[in-house]
Design a protein around this ligand. Structure first.
Ligand code: MRU
Length: 349
């Protein structure tokens, strides 16, 4: 039986609006607060501070935010192009691992270049906006395709483990890993989700739990260190996660802790799936060793809800992502089809 699923999107751009609205994910699940962004610096800070996060959503918000901010760029072409170049550079410095960010910025740069050297600022603004909107539309369509390709891989009933948030909140809507789960549930599969809480920023406990509960999908939060014990008891049928960047050899960079889940899955003979749009595959990168991994501030580890959890100034490490070797990945579910990680370089789709 098909079930209507309530859709969430982390951003909204209403026709003619003077600003981009972004759901502030730092405040979820307690409060639904929308930011109104109309300048490059505000967009960059929203991305850096995780008000918006998740590789595809970062790309969409960077593109749409820049297109909206371009309304305030100088009204003569030379000045406009200088402001555009500086905006592209600023946004490229926000989150180094999420490759979709760079895909989106490259699309905007190419759209401006395609307007030609004599283009008016009106034409440049229109090209940026159209390109950014198409980028977001394409991402949403990709999520639905990923859902369609991935749903048959999940069992008809059972519990699926996910890590971080690769859902509607991390994309233009519907989600990648959670898109596969949504589609499977829409098709009538009786699935329960275990959401790893995902220390240190708790994307699983706060965001995956929030959006699945809102959709009426059976979700249970577990602390990150519980997955192994639950697998050993036979409680987990499969794991599915998103990706921030996939190298040519199929190595996958995703939220810190993903590698641990993949190792546990291998030990327990449980399938470990990665769901990501084709734009997350970076064919320029040979292996995971070359993927830039973002290091984030120490206070994300030291504090919880604004309260210090460690001795003051204690040394901490905070790599935001890890790399799961291709050998631990059962399959990569893309919008072009399901691919064995070793076949990424040659897959025609
Ligand atoms: O630091 P975040 O919250 O941006 O990390 C997000 C993830 O690791 C997601 O799994 C990934 O971006 C895929 S989202 C569809």
């Amino acid at each position: 039986m098909l079930r209507a699923v309530d859709r969430v999107s982390p951003f909204a751009l209403h026709p003619g609006a003077s600003h981009l609205r972004v759901l502030d994910q730092r405040r979820l699940p307690g409060e639904e607060v929308w930011l109104a962004l109309d300048e490059v610096e505000g967009v960059a800070e929203a991305i850096e501070s995780l008000a918006v996060r998740g590789a595809p959503a970062i790309g969409c918000v960077a593109a749409l935010g820049l297109a909206v901010a371009a309304r305030g760029f100088p009204d003569e072409p030379a000045g406009f192009r200088v402001a555009l170049a500086s905006a592209l550079q600023r946004l490229a410095r926000t989150r180094p691992t999420a490759v979709n960010l760079f895909v989106a910025l490259d699309q905007l740069a190419a759209a401006a270049a395609a307007c030609g050297p004599d283009a008016s600022t009106t034409a440049l603004r229109a090209a940026l906006l159209e390109t950014a909107m198409r980028h977001a539309d394409d991402d949403l369509a990709s999520c639905h395709a990923i859902g369609r390709f991935g749903a048959p891989l999940l069992p008809d009933r059972g519990t699926i483990l996910t890590h971080c948030n690769a859902g509607a909140l991390a994309t233009a809507g519907y989600g990648t890993a959670l898109g596969v789960i949504r589609r499977a549930v829409e098709l009538g599969k009786q699935l329960r989700v275990f959401a790893d809480e995902t220390r240190p920023v708790l994307q699983g406990a706060r965001l995956t739990a929030w959006e699945l509960q809102r959709d009426g999908i059976d979700v249970t939060v577990i602390a990150d260190n519980m997955a192994g014990a639950l697998m050993a008891k036979g409680e987990i049928a499969a794991a599915i996660v998103g990706a921030d960047r996939i190298a040519r050899n199929g190595d996958v960079a995703n939220k810190i802790g993903t590698y641990t889940v993949a190792v546990l899955c291998r030990h327990h003979g449980i399938p470990f799936y990665v769901a990501a749009p084709w734009t997350t595959i970076d064919r320029a990168i040979a292996s995971g060793a070359d993927i830039p991994i973002e290091d984030r501030g120490a206070d994300e580890v030291r504090t919880h809800g604004g309260r210090l959890m460690t001795p003051v100034d204690i040394a901490v490490r905070n790599p935001a992502f890890d790399v799961t070797p291709a050998a631990l990945v059962t399959a990569i579910i893309t919008d072009r089809g399901v691919v064995a990680p070793g076949d990424i370089a040659t897959f025609a789709g």
